[in-house]
Structure formats: C-alpha cells, structure tokens
Design a protein around this ligand. Structure first.
Ligand code: GLU
Length: 594
C-alpha cells in the first residue's frame, strides 16, 4: 500500500514527484502530499483525494525546488484527512517524513510519547516514527544514526522516507519495496516504491533490500547502509531491463477493460514459460511431502484454483491457504513441503510473512509474480514471472487469468503432459479472443449489467472446476459494484443458501461439459423454482436458464475462459453504477500492510 517517490536533480522536483505519484496511485489513493526543500526550508502540501486530479503542479503553490519527496496514502491509522496525509513535519521542521506500512507497536510507543508530553498533529502511526527520530536526534545522534535507531524500535513492516531542509533524503526499507533510479541526466536520482514509476527516465537501478537504508546527500551522492549495523554497503547499479512499459489506456475507456482484452495474449504468454523451470517445479512437487498454495484476495482465489488443478489434473493432494489465515500451518510445515505463491505484486505483506517463516523452516517456495524484482521472487527457490505487463486497474483481471493458466500448465507438467497443456492453453486463448471480438456478446454483457444494477444481492453458483472462478467473480462484483455478492457451491445450496432464494434474485450459474454438469443444472432448477432469475454461463442455453452468456467452455481449461465474461460483467456493472472502475473505494492494488 501507498506510494513513495523522491526526486533529486535539475528538473522541477515538485513536477517530477507529482508525476511519479500519479503513476503510483494504484498503491493507495485516499490522500497524498509533497515536501520540497528550497533555501534551507521545507514546504509541504497535502490534500485529500487523488493526485491524478491535479492538472497543473503550479496549483500547489509550492516553490520550484530540485529536491522533493511525496506520498500517496492508503490510510491504516487515522481517518482520511489533510492532517493525516503524509509527509509529516518534525516539530522543529528539521525533516518531513512519509511511511509505507503499519507500526504494529503503535499503541505502546504513542502512550509513552504522550506520557513524555509530546503533542501530535495527526492520528497516524507515522507521527510516532517522527517523534522517535526527534528523540534520537535530541540524544545527540546524527540524522542517519537517529533514523536507524528509531527504526529498530518499530515492529511491523515499515518503509520510510524523509527529507531535510538542506535537501538530504534518507529512506529505509523493511517490508514495502524501494528502488533507486539513476537518471538519464547527470546527478539525477529517483527513489520510489515501484520501478515503473520512473522507468522512462532512468538508465540504471538499484533495488534496496529489506534492512537497508539509502542516503542521498544534498549534493546528490548516493550511499547505502545496513539498517541495523550501519555498515556501508556496495551499490551495484544494474541497467534497467524493462521493455518500455506502456501505461496507457490505448483507446479503452478504462484500464480494466483494456487489461481484460489483453487476456488472450497473457494466456499465450504462459505457454512460453521456460520448460526446464516448469520441469524443476514439477519435480519439487512430485517429491514433496505436502503441497500448499497461498494467496490473498484475488491471488487467494487463484491459489485455490491452482490447488484444484494439482488435485484434479496431477493427482497431488494440494491444499490452498489464505495469506492472512495461514499462521496455523507454520507448525505443520516440514522441509519436505512445497509452497506455491501466485501474486501480482510479489509484495503482499501477509503472504510474505508466511513465506519468510516457511523458508526458515526449509519449505521450498515456488512463486509466480507479475511485477519484476519483487520480494517474493527474491525469496523463492524457484521463481516464475508472469510477464503479463503492467496491470494498472486495482481490480486484477488478466493477472488472475495468467495465474490460473500457469497453475494449469504446472499441473500438466507434474502429470507429464506439458505439451498437451500448452496446446490446451493455445486453444483457450483463441476462444477468449473470439469471444472478446464478438460485439453481440459484449453488448449482451453491458445489457445484463444494466439489468443487475438494481439488484441488492447477486449470487453465483458452480461446482468443481468452475467454483473458484465464480468465487473470483464474486470478488470482482464486490470490488467493482460495492454490491453484496455471494458464491454458493452448487452442491451445498440446499444446506443453507436456498433460504435466500426468492422472486427476482439474480443467480449466475456456470457449467462446463464435465461430470458435475447435471448436479449444477439441478441446483439451477431449484433456485428457479423459488423465483430466482438464472443467468447461465455455458456453451449453450439450458431449460433452467432465463438467459445465457454463451461461452465456448469445454474440457479442463473451462475455468480459464469462463472467468472472462464474469470479469466483464463486473466491469460493466461498475460503469453502469458510476463507480470509479480503475480505483474502487477503500482498496489498493499492492497490499503491503497487514
Ligand atoms: N500507516 C500509515 C497511515 O495510516 C501509512 C499507511 C500507508 O502505507 O499508506 O498513514
């Protein structure tokens, strides 16, 4: 969560930081702020709302310095107010600080500071860090040592950045990512949460690791230190190897729509995963004592589908875990186990925490991540990159599909059928492409969204291979429409959820040509009998469907195709309801806080 961006160079630092923050907004967008150093003074501007609403940086009324830091916030402690927005100034204005994370011992630290007579201008945990640094400074430490000492007192995952009036920048990483970019012009330095935010302006980068602190002197000299010991570390600049990423809607109205339309390319991309690596992963899985998959939110749904493929295709009894609830497994893990982690960002805090502890126990980790150079990729014994390109919409679509397509191929590799798996993925990519190019099908989805716009609750129902993607459909509907959606395992309907079926309730029912088809169709009859409106997702219409989203779903890959119309339905519903499609309220894309 939250984006940090800093600039030191010849250009207008405020312009640079505001542009950088706009690119980081997917990480948090409830409020934002900038602090700029000019003439031995710090000027701070903070605002509630989105930084993308700023058309001209001159509106901020900030002086045109050449050194500045900025932050987009995803509030954890304290409401969304101007006072709580970052950066936070020290009491004597000797620095301004922004934080990405949560100070888990906030209550204890703040109680002690209040006791000591400190006054707070905000409700944030961030200001507690400011006070800790001030106290270390008062004890006579230089700024860098004070930052390091204060950071040792924090529990949780906290990445911080600060700027002084004379233009020194210090940033410490523990948890959320930090990367340094060396600009195209001499002496130009960027520090940011995400390399994509400055990719077009730098030629070399250095990823700051956990437990490291970077210092950019007022003259622009960059140094790296160990956060704990203070030892100076070597800076190994690496050329930026990123194809010029296109962060552009390319004519689509929203990033979400554009990204769903990239699905066929993304599925084909999965087939190009290095075969030797897939084989190595398959071997690890075959030799494992227990195999787990893990994820949070949409990646959690993908983890469940990957576990399904491992069970059904590869006959491996894989179990899927939810990131935030996996702690109980820490006592069960053995060095013979394998943990498979799909993730868009590779930075999801609750998953990372489990992975770090599992690794210490000797568990082998396989990651499948979209963002390059992420913490999960570094941690993994075997890492795969999705290569799906930037996913800007906060709601994940193409990356989810990429994750389950990869999970399918992995299961096929375990079953010794990699080539079959690749052929099946090529076929499903073609079906999805044909579907997306079918304007009648697209119009049907926007009409259906119109129809659903008045519903209070939306139900989704499936069984077996399609159930997890209907759960993901539920996630998309909730994220995009802010309506209540509920995925029901078709077989469990009569045990509880049938009480909710009454006249007019919309129920999306997904079926494929598999062994559970008739079970699901029976459940569809049962809800229709009670007055529900049944919208089928199927290769053909059925008697129990009031209307049918016709999607050529067949064989083992049905789920990979079928998730696409559900994502599109969620998209159109968000549009019809006038919601902010690419930035749904209250959520952020990369959940780097617990
Ligand atoms: N915990 C801090 C706050 O609530 C930082 C949250 C963030 O990472 O944006 O302000």
């Amino acid at each position: 969560m939250c984006g940090i961006f800093a600039y030191h160079g010849q250009d207008s630092a405020v312009d640079q930081v505001v542009t950088g923050l706009k690119r980081l907004e997917y990480r948090g967008y409830d409020s934002w702020g900038v602090a700029v150093a000019t003439n031995q003074e710090l000027s701070v501007f903070k605002q509630v709302g989105k930084v993308t609403q700023v058309a001209d940086e001159a509106e901020l009324g900030l002086p045109k310095g050449q050194i500045a830091i900025g932050h987009t916030r995803w509030a954890t402690h304290g409401g969304v107010t101007q006072a709580n927005a970052h950066p936070h100034l020290a009491s004597d204005s000797s620095f301004a600080l922004a934080q990405n994370g949560v100070v888990e011992n906030f209550d204890t630290l703040k109680a002690a500071q209040l006791q000591a007579g400190e006054n707070f201008k905000s409700e944030t945990d961030t200001e507690v860090i400011v006070k800790l640094i001030e106290a270390e400074r008062q004890a006579g430490k230089d700024l860098l040592t004070a930052v390091r000492a204060a950071h040792q007192k924090l529990s949780g995952r906290n990445t911080i950045i600060l700027i002084t009036p004379d233009g020194e920048i210090i940033a410490a990483r523990q948890g959320s990512p930090l990367v340094i970019g060396f600009g195209n012009s001499e002496g130009e330095v960027f520090v940011s949460s995400d390399v994509l935010s400055f990719a077009t302006q730098v030629k070399e980068v250095v990823t700051v690791d956990n437990g490291q602190v970077v210092q950019v002197s007022p003259a622009g000299e960059v140094q790296l230190f160990d956060l704990k010991s203070g030892a100076k570390l070597e800076i190994k600049r690496e050329p930026l190897q990123l194809d010029q990423p296109k962060i552009d809607k390319e004519g689509y109205e929203h990033f979400m729509l554009k990204e769903i339309h990239e699905t066929p390319v993304v599925i084909r991309q999965v087939s190009t995963q290095p075969i030797d690596r897939l084989t190595q992963a398959a071997e690890l899985i075959k030799q494992a004592h227990s195999v787990y998959t893990i994820g949070s939110g949409t990646a959690g749904m993908a983890a469940a589908q990957i576990a399904y493929y491992l069970r059904s295709v590869a006959k491996v009894p894989a179990v899927s875990l939810v990131g935030a609830d996996a702690n109980e497994y820490l006592e069960l893990f053995t060095p013979e186990d394998v943990l498979i982690a799909p993730s868009q960002s590779g930075e999801t805090a609750d998953v990372l925490e489990i992975l770090e502890q599992a690794k210490e126990l000797g568990v082998k980790i396989i990651s499948y991540v979209n963002m390059p150079a992420s913490s999960m990729t570094k941690l993994a014994d075997l890492s795969f990159l999705a290569g799906a390109g930037p996913e800007i919409c906060v709601m994940s679509t193409k990356v989810f599909t990429s994750q389950i397509a990869w999970g399918y191929l992995l299961a096929k590799a375990v079953a010794g059928q990699t080539a079959d798996g690749q052929a099946a993925l090529a076929a499903v990519a073609d079906s999805v492409q044909a579907y997306l190019e079918d304007s009648t099908a697209m119009t049907q989805l926007s009409n259906l969204a119109q129809q659903l716009s008045g519903a209070k609750d939306i139900f989704l129902m499936a069984k077996g291979q399609l159930f997890q993607v209907m759960r993901e459909g539920m996630v998309k509907l909730i994220e995009g429409s802010y309506k209540h959606a509920h995925a029901i395992p078709a077989g469990d309907l009569k045990h509880y959820a049938i009480t909710l079926m009454e006249a007019g309730v919309p129920v999306l029912v997904a079926v494929a040509d598999d062994a559970v088809r008739s079970d699901v169709l029976n459940a569809a009859h049962e809800v229709k009998t009670r007055g529900a409106t049944v919208i089928g997702l199927s290769a053909q219409a059925e008697a129990s469907f009031d209307s049918t989203i016709v999607m050529p779903v067949s064989g083992e890959t049905a789920a990979i195709a079928l998730v696409v119309p559900v994502q599109l339905l969620a998209y159109h519903l968000a549009v019809v309801l006038g919601n902010d499609v690419d930035h749904p309220r209250n959520i952020a894309k990369s959940v780097t806080v617990k």
